[in-house]
Design a protein around this ligand. Structure first.
Ligand SMILES: *Cc1c(COP(=O)(O)O)cnc(C)c1O
Length: 354
């Protein structure tokens, strides 16, 4: 049977009523791409893969959680959904709400949302509210609104978001035949690390697939789980993880501890270097998505981790096209030439025309 999205494929492992009508854009089923050149660059002798979640329908892994959250909102007769977002949740909620015929309200921190994400939310027809505050401010507002009304919250505090997002770990196990040794991923509001750990432990109970160690990576300017307290004014180029008070912070710390992994922080500079390294293997991701690789590189370089013989998966959470400005701002521009064959040939061939 042809592929019809994650609920169709993994319903038996999800805490969803048996007779739901999936609201789906055929999300999931993303490729697990080997990146041997990057592994060699880091000393070689291990297997390295990218789980390319940027290839979901709206360009990020948020679609996995949104198909389940929106399916249940519709199932429960809700008319309106709401979320706070650094951008990708907004775009995904907007898309799945239009698919479900529901009204979507998204609240975003002003001036801090990447162009491709805001455009997505607009294109899919969400009502967008900007506030001159942080993601954390926006989240506290929408949580309260959802508690005081019939409006459904579709942030990752919504348990159905986690039910959907955990399917990425099922896909990885199905593809590799077992869990990898390490899973490296960015951590913002900490829903995704929570979902992966839930998925791996569940699959291990049922299918004996083993458990990975989890390396969660935050940006230095937004690393509440590393420094141990809330960050009032989080700052990082990785806008998707620019969060100072993660909603599932406790669960993220538990996932790191139970998996005998850890949560670390890396600088923006290292995140952008990792983004470039992924692109040089043909995989362009938004800055936050490169944090997993940046963290892995850091651990290898300071000798706190030996990857030899290991199987490692990097979760690349969102597509590079979400945040074109970060690339453009590096100032590399196309070469301008006149409409003149000889000039073009001279530039390309260095004047050696046969
Ligand atoms: C949402 C998001 C994250 C962070 O995920 P959390 O569940 O908030 O930890 C990382 N990268 C991208 C691209 C995202 O959209």
């Amino acid at each position: 049977m042809s592929y019809q999205g994650i609920i169709h494929r993994y319903h038996e492992f999800m805490d969803l009523p048996p007779a739901v009508q999936p609201i789906t854009l055929y999300e999931g089923n993303t490729p697990l791409i080997p990146v041997p050149a990057i592994a060699d660059n880091l000393g070689g002798g291990f297997e390295l893969y990218v789980k390319y979640e940027g290839l979901n329908p709206t360009g990020s892994f948020k679609d996995r959680g949104m198909t389940t959250a929106m399916t249940m909102a519709k199932h429960n007769g809700k008319k309106t959904v709401i979320c706070a977002s650094t951008g990708n949740t907004a775009a995904s909620a907007a898309a799945y709400a239009s698919r479900a015929g529901l009204r979507a309200i998204v609240m975003i921190p002003e001036g801090k949302v990447a162009a491709g994400k805001l455009a997505g939310a607009v294109a899919y027809g969400a009502e967008i509210i900007q506030i001159p505050g942080s993601f954390d401010d926006a989240l506290s507002f929408v949580v309260e609104i959802s508690q005081k009304s019939e409006i459904e919250l579709v942030n990752s505090l919504n348990p159905y978001r986690i039910e959907g997002q955990k399917t990425a770990s099922f896909e990885i196990c199905d593809e590799l035949g077992s869990a990898p040794d390490w899973l490296c991923l960015p951590v913002g509001n900490a829903g995704n690390i929570t979902a992966y750990w839930m998925g791996f432990t569940q699959y291990n109970r049922i299918k004996n697939t083993g458990l990975p160690h989890i390396l969660g990576v935050q940006a230095e300017g937004a690393a509440p789980l590393v420094i141990g307290h809330t960050v009032e004014h989080p700052e990082t180029v990785a806008t998707a993880i620019r969060i100072g008070n993660p909603a599932r912070g406790e669960q993220a710390l538990m996932a790191a501890e139970e998996s005998k992994g850890r949560i670390i922080a890396v600088s923006d500079e290292k995140i952008l270097a990792a983004q470039k390294m992924l692109a040089s293997s043909g995989i362009w991701v938004e800055p936050a998505s490169a944090a997993g690789l940046a963290g892995l590189i850091d651990r290898i370089k300071n000798n706190s981790f030996d990857p030899k013989g290991k199987r490692i998966v990097l979760v690349c959470t969102g597509h590079g096209m979400k945040d074109p400005d970060i690339i453009i701002s590096r100032g590399i521009k196309p070469v301008r030439l006149p409409v003149d064959f000889d000039k073009v040939a001279e530039y390309i061939l260095g004047g050696r025309i046969q």
